[in-house]
Design a protein around this ligand. Structure first.
Ligand code: C2E
Ligand code: MG
Ligand code: MG
Length: 719
């Protein structure tokens, strides 16, 4: 602009045509007089927005304006027309505005002034201001200088440059990729990170490309798959045009996932940022997976199972597709944990899960772990109930095969309850409950089997639960009693022992035989306190008997496995002051078959106490004699089923073999259930040591026992 102004009057030739001596040129217009050409010139110069100073061929000032004086902080009194250029410079040094000496300034400016061409240069004043000086030679010699304070302009430029630098640095250092589009959807900014993220070069996606072209280019480069740009891009652009954000995730062909956020800008256009969220998504997916799966087996958990079951019910309703729910529970899994330890138990659970998965036919069928050793299966697309039965059989077979790893071979069974859709319930809870009911039944009918739900089952289960509840209360309410059944030394013809037998007198239910409640007590672990009560009571009672009489107490496998049993025995003996050799503990074969550390240690400790161990109901279980070698017992009790059939040849042979074995191993053999003299005669002849049964005496209550003890004492005294 300064140049334009100057050109205007320079080209008009007004300066050169002035014939007034320079000293007569007015610095300012005098008020009230008509405007002469000079006045007009002065007014124009004075009103210029820049500083101006004109010099003649002798380097003397012809004219200058107020701006010039202001810029250089000069004194108007000094700045009179005719002052030499060098003196102005000296004056500027005097006022302290110059950043050089007058001579240096002169030397700097002179070459510019001397040029025949207009020239331009910048001078920095002592106070930091930047002044742009343009020189124009005049036709008659001399020159005109125009001064402009460009400090602000320079600062703004520097600020802008700094802003750019920062913006560039921010763009370059962003962890996100960034693209900026203008209102015409053309790319105007793109950072390095964007190229890095996509693994492409600047030429692949260049500034000026449209949003659509950028997208198509990425597809062309094989980075995206299965995205329809014809739908995606216009939809995103339309949304942005209405000022809304667009956030989306794109899956790259290399497996990565980018999160892309488009934010509209106020002046039109938008900024798109690109984030690699692959790892974050993986973590999120893992979290979701964990929330829905059992971490040990990786099977879906109960909540997922219920959800799938919900879907199956919804799908079954209109279409009528049938399905089955199988409720599964491992048999004696706790023994595995106790015997082999928890890591082995975990390994077994994982192996069971794998086998269950392999048993499934349908891709859509679901196996879930509900926790512990509980599993559930949703079998879809059922044609007949036989399909569920076949699956159950496959599972029982598969799961019961041995599990071998480096250190051990384990076996476990599985019980299964089956409920069928529509038949056994309309909703999730009923179906699951009924499958459980059927499982409960399977557990009671032998384990390692499956059972379908049947109406009425729940009534039986309720009844059993009620029994459990009553049993829990019975101990506190002192509803139990012990009866004692005598055991005869056959050769001596005298009673040597009494077996303590539990009786439950329930006020509501009447007399309940042990065969009914012992199994329930074992399952609920109530047998532990109940058995302890029986042991203490038996010891206390026996302590009052003649010293040659022993007492036999039945002990459940559950008590032995509890690990605390030897302490209970020590305490019962100490409390009653009954010598240990007067106590016999009757265990069953299942105890000896369990070779876990707890059982072996417990039996050792008991024998070390001096307590006798009797093997009860011999012949009814596995009757593998191998364990007798591993763990010697003091006594074998032949089950009454052998005694009642003793007149048959085969049975007689078995009884004879057992008696022979007992004699060889030095083990006392007792025959149970002896009811007739004939049976007793045969047993006596075969060398059986002891007999127990109705012939010898029925289990007796307290009164009968006192009577019997009196007789025993008398016959001993007088016999
Ligand atoms: P067990 O230990 O074999 O006890 C012998 C069972 O045979 C008793 O039945 C007894 O009454 C019965 N019995 C005795 N003589 C004869 C006979 O001549 N003929 C016949 N047919 N039976 C006879 P009970 O008292 O009903 O006990 C049944 C089972 O309950 C016991 O069998 C024992 O296994 C269990 N039991 C009883 N009391 C306890 C206890 O305190 N703790 C544990 N864990 N189990 C117990
Ligand atoms: Mg017994
Ligand atoms: Mg028995």
């Amino acid at each position: 602009m300064a140049t334009a102004d100057f050109d205007a009057y320079s080209s008009a030739g007004s300066v050169v045509e002035i014939d007034v001596a320079p000293e007569d040129w007015p610095v300012a217009h005098r008020h009230g007089e008509p405007l002469s050409q000079n006045d007009r010139f002065s007014a124009a110069v004075e009103n210029m927005s820049h500083g101006l100073c004109m010099f003649d061929a002798e380097e003397r000032m012809i004219i200058c304006n107020g701006h010039y004086i202001d810029i250089f902080r000069l004194s108007p009194a000094v700045m009179k027309p005719g002052i030499a250029f060098i003196d102005i410079l000296r004056h500027s040094v005097e006022v302290g505005i110059a950043s050089h000496t007058a001579e240096e300034l002169y030397a700097i400016r002179k070459p510019f002034i001397a040029r025949a061409q207009p020239s331009n240069y910048e001078e920095i004043l002592a106070d930091g201001r930047i002044i742009n000086i343009s020189h124009r030679p005049l036709g008659v010699g001399g020159w005109v200088s125009i001064y402009e304070d460009i400090t602000e302009q320079r600062r703004a430029e520097t600020d802008l440059r700094e802003q750019h630098r920062r913006f560039d640095a921010a763009l370059a250092n962003m962890s996100q990729g960034l693209l900026m589009y203008d209102a015409d959807k053309r790319l105007i900014v793109r950072n390095e990170r964007f190229l890095e993220l996509y693994g492409i070069s600047a030429t692949d996606v260049s500034l000026g490309m449209t949003h659509r072209q950028v997208f198509d280019r990425l597809v062309e480069l094989g980075l995206y798959r299965d995205i329809d740009g014809d739908i995606d891009i216009p939809a995103a652009e339309a949304r942005l045009q209405t000022g809304l954000m667009v956030a989306l995730q794109r899956h790259l062909t290399d497996g990565r996932t980018f999160e892309i956020n488009h934010r509209p800008m106020s002046g039109g256009g938008w900024v798109a940022t690109f984030d690699d969220v692959t790892e974050r998504r993986r973590v999120e997916e893992r979290m979701i997976h964990l929330a829905h799966h059992d971490p040990l087996t990786n099977l879906p958990n109960r909540s997922v199972f219920r959800e799938k079951l919900d879907h199956a019910i919804a799908a079954a309703q209109p279409a009528g597709g049938s399905f089955a729910i199988l409720s599964l529970d491992l048999d004696r899994f706790k023994a595995i944990n106790d015997t082999w330890g928890h890591p082995a138990g975990d390994w077994l659970l994982k192996s069971v899960a794998e086998r269950l998965l392999r048993c499934l036919r349908g891709e859509t069928d679901v196996v879930a772990r509900f926790g512990g050793d509980e599993f559930a299966i949703l079998q879809l697309g059922l044609n007949t109930p036989a399909d569920a039965e076949r699956l159950a059989r496959r599972i029982v077979d598969a799961v019961s095969k041995p599990y071998k790893n480096d250190s051990c071979e384990m076996r476990v069974g599985i019980s299964i309850g089956i409920a069928l859709s529509s038949l056994d319930g309309e909703d999730v809870d009923t179906l699951l409950k009924n499958a459980d009911m059927a499982l409960y039944r399977a557990k009671h009918e032998g384990r390692n089997i499956y059972r379908f739900f049947e109406p009425g089952m729940d009534a039986r289960v309720r009844e059993r639960r009620a029994l459990e509840a009553d049993l829990r209360r019975a101990l506190a309410r002192r509803e139990f009693a012990l009866h004692f059944q005598p055991i005869l030394d056959i050769a001596a013809g005298e009673i040597v022992c009494f077996e303590a037998l539990l009786r439950w007198n329930s006020p509501e239910r009447g007399q309940i035989p042990p065969d009914v409640f012992i199994s329930v007590a074992e399952e609920t672990k109530l047998i532990v306190p109940l058995g302890e009560w029986a042991l203490r009571k038996a010891c206390m009672t026996a302590a009052g008997w003649p010293a040659h009489l022993r007492v036999a107490v039945n002990v459940s496998a559950v008590q032995i496995r509890s690990g605390t049993f030897p302490r209970t025995v020590v305490s019962a003996l100490a409390h009653s002051r009954l010598p240990a050799n007067r106590l016999e503990l009757e265990i069953t074969e299942t105890v000896l078959m369990d070779e876990s550390d707890v059982v072996v240690t417990t039996l050792r400790q008991l024998r070390d106490l001096g307590v006798r161990i009797a093997l009860d109901d011999f012949g009814t279980g596995y009757s593998s004699l191998g364990y007798l070698r591993r763990f010697p017992v003091d006594k074998i009790k032949i089950d009454h089923s052998f005694v009642s059939d003793i007149d048959q040849r085969d049975t007689a042979a078995i009884v004879r073999a057992i008696l022979g074995l007992g004699a060889q191993l030095g083990i006392t053999v007792t025959a149970e259930g002896v009811e007739t003299e004939t049976q007793l005669d045969i047993l006596r002849k075969e060398g059986c040591v002891e007999a127990q049964g109705h012939l010898v005496g029925l289990p007796m209550n307290n009164a009968d026992l006192r009577q019997a003890l009196k007789q025993i004492s008398q016959s001993r005294r007088f016999g």
